[in-house]
Design a protein around this ligand. Sequence first.
Ligand SMILES: Cc1cn([C@H]2C[C@H](O)[C@@H](COP(=O)(O)OP(=O)(O)OP(=O)(O)O)O2)c(=O)[nH]c1=O
Length: 204
Amino acid sequence: MTISHESILLASQSPRRRQLLEQIGVAHELLLPEAHEDAEALEAVLEGETPDAYVQRVTRAKLDAAVARRARLELPAVPVLVADTTVALGKRILGKPADEAEARTMLRALCGHTHRVLTAVAVACEGNRVLHALSVSRVRLEGMRETDIDAYIASGEPFGKAGAYGIQGRIAAFVAHVEGSYSGIMGLPLHETAMLLRQAHVRF
Ligand SMILES: Cc1cn([C@H]2C[C@H](O)[C@@H](COP(=O)(O)OP(=O)(O)OP(=O)(O)O)O2)c(=O)[nH]c1=O
């Protein structure tokens, strides 16, 4: 992989994060996990951990893994960007649903209530100095009928997404209120990300 010194490395498998970074014109290359790296173990919730502590710990672990990967691959020391998104219903952390039943349980729990979407962002810059930010948004999903939930699950959209939904897709028809950062809910809060990248002297 040839990396321009004007680029950053986005260590993420999320197509949304890539698309969002493109939206603000940040030149980047992907730094994807290698086969032996176990993302699931990294994302396990510790006992008693709050959603805020959880999302920041996972983000830091993703960053450490990505910086180690950059070194292993002998890539130039350009900034590395990572993020993690978690949906919190009170103290309850809703990750990505493992199957249809879990997606259904999550959607039923979210409907008719306001929940928080937390996205932590971290950048490793020169000298491996770490910059980080946390975006917290509030989303209210109105009640969905069981038939609406069935159709949404059948669309496949809940999978691979924290809280079993993606605000950028069909669920938008049920989003009654949003407060905070739309891009943050999608997975990369662009205002906070731009601030961190400017602090890291990235030009875009
Ligand atoms: C709440 C919400 C989440 N999401 C997605 C964003 C993230 O991709 C995903 C949360 O999972 P994450 O673990 O944050 O990210 P990821 O595993 O997809 O990617 P990475 O390689 O960077 O760790 O949920 C949406 O796309 N829209 C939404 O409205």
